[in-house]
Design a protein around this ligand. Structure first.
Ligand SMILES: [Zn+2]
Length: 448
């Protein structure tokens, strides 16, 4: 009873890939996965600091907890209601959290996260653990585990440590019948994987208009969760994918580029032959998502392309859909402008600017001079200004002149040099092999 529950990670992850597992038995009957070198070991051995024990060892003389409780934080939850649900009755604890700068992090309650506490018979907290920060790769705030413990002298203390992470690789195969999301749902592949696929292949495949019945996605992705936590794993990033679209094969593999390459290009997606998929500008500044997928506004053509009279591209999408900066740059304008409604202009290199209009909202904290990265959310689709319905009006401006972003020639990314290419081929060999093995899965899936 005084041990925190420790679900095994593979069991949690298995739920995600359950559909696949059935197919995989057949497909890997002759080619077991374990014969393949484990992909990208550098992800697994990333600096994980000390492995923090879920239940800190009890010291001599310390009373055992009467019970250990875990609760998932709910939307709009307050610390008082959370502690109540945990069965805590401890005014000293409340005072401590309000006063201690480290313990106060507990007030940043993130819905969906789990808080685990060991509580004695009187309802006093013996130990409480909470993780804050993000599990996303390259997150500004990496995950930290906060432990508040009552010591032998009944004094409360808060300790923060980098959270130990567990990573696991999952695979998925999906065949398109109607939409990408319907296909990934049917295959048990998380929604965020589908969204990432659309992003990685932006400029190669238009997932709103180019999909064909029978298109096939094969994907290897990484899941991450906090070690010894009850929180479910989240998708970290896609490691490799292959997408067969209308008879054409698209492929991508994640590669951590040498530090001596361009600072903004140290990690990215490449074709299997080593050509970079990164482009200086996104073709689709509107995020491809479940709600925007297939959305068309009855009062306007889905995509009004550039004409002499209409100096931009219109992307129909529901109000609130994320709008991303199409390239790295600096915000030049945020505000309202007559017909454009809520508008953002981002200034990029080489005399290029991009303009985003009719927004319902701006991303918080965005102001003139803010540095934005390609793909960073800057605002949300709306219909402010002269708009007949929710859509993004997007302009691509070169030296003060609007040009058609679809037809403008884009400079390619710096290619890998010989040494990098060798490293690329070595480092991605396991993933490329794994994608090749997934070819067999499609056949197995067809017997359903
Ligand atoms: Zn327009």
């Amino acid at each position: 009873m005084n041990q925190l529950p420790r679900p095994s990670f593979p069991k949690v992850a298995a739920a995600v890939a359950v559909t696949l597992a059935l197919a995989a038995v057949t497909a890997f009957g002759t080619a077991p996965l374990r014969d393949v070198p484990p992909p990208l070991m550098q992800f697994v051995i990333e600096p994980v600091a000390v492995a923090v024990q879920a239940e800190p060892a009890r010291r001599p003389g310390e009373r055992p907890e009467a019970f250990v409780q875990s609760q998932r934080i709910q939307r709009g939850e307050t610390l008082a209601s959370l502690l109540d649900r945990l069965g805590v009755n401890d005014s000293e604890f409340h005072k401590f959290v309000a006063a201690d700068p480290r313990a106060r992090k507990l007030l940043q309650l993130q819905p969906g996260r789990t808080v685990t506490a060991g509580i004695d018979a009187a309802g006093r907290v013996r130990v409480l653990q909470y993780r804050y920060g993000s599990l996303a790769p390259d997150a500004a705030q990496p995950p930290v585990r906060l432990t508040i413990r009552r010591d032998d002298d009944n004094r409360l203390q808060a300790v923060e440590e980098p959270a130990a992470l567990e990573r696991q690789v999952a695979i998925g195969v999906a065949e398109v019948r109607s939409s990408l999301f319907a296909a990934t749902d049917a295959a048990g592949i998380p929604e965020s994987v589908a969204t990432q696929v659309a992003d990685i292949l932006d400029g190669e495949v238009d997932f709103n208009h180019d999909l064909r019945r029978g298109d096939t996605l094969r994907v290897v992705y990484e899941l991450v969760r906090e070690a010894d936590s009850l929180d479910p794993p989240v998708v970290s990033r896609i490691l490799a994918l292959e997408f067969a679209n209308a008879g054409k094969r698209h492929e991508a593999v994640w590669f951590d580029r040498d530090a001596n390459a361009d600072a903004d290009e140290h990690g990215g997606y490449f074709r299997f032959d080593g050509r970079s998929l990164r482009k200086p500008f996104l073709r689709h500044p509107v995020e491809f998502s479940r709600i925007s997928s297939g959305f068309s506004n009855a009062r306007m053509h889905p995509i009004l392309k550039y004409t002499r009279e209409h100096k931009g591209v219109d992307f129909a999408a529901p109000t609130g859909t994320k709008v991303r900066s199409s390239g790295d740059g600096i915000v030049d304008f945020v505000g309202q402008q007559r017909g454009y409604g809520n508008m953002i202009v981002v200034h990029h290199r080489n005399g290029i600017s991009t303009l985003y209009a009719h927004l319902s909202e701006f991303a918080s904290g965005l102001s003139v001079g803010t540095k934005v990265a390609q793909g960073e959310v800057i605002g949300f689709v709306g219909s402010t200004g002269w708009a007949t319905g929710p859509h993004l009006h997007y302009e691509f401006i070169v030296n003060g002149e609007q040009v058609d972003p679809i037809s403008v020639a884009m400079p390619a990314s710096t290619p890998l040099d010989a040494a990098e290419r060798t490293r690329f081929l070595e480092q991605t060999a396991g993933l490329r092999t794994r994608i090749a093995q997934l070819d067999g899965l499609q056949l197995a899936a067809r017997f359903e």
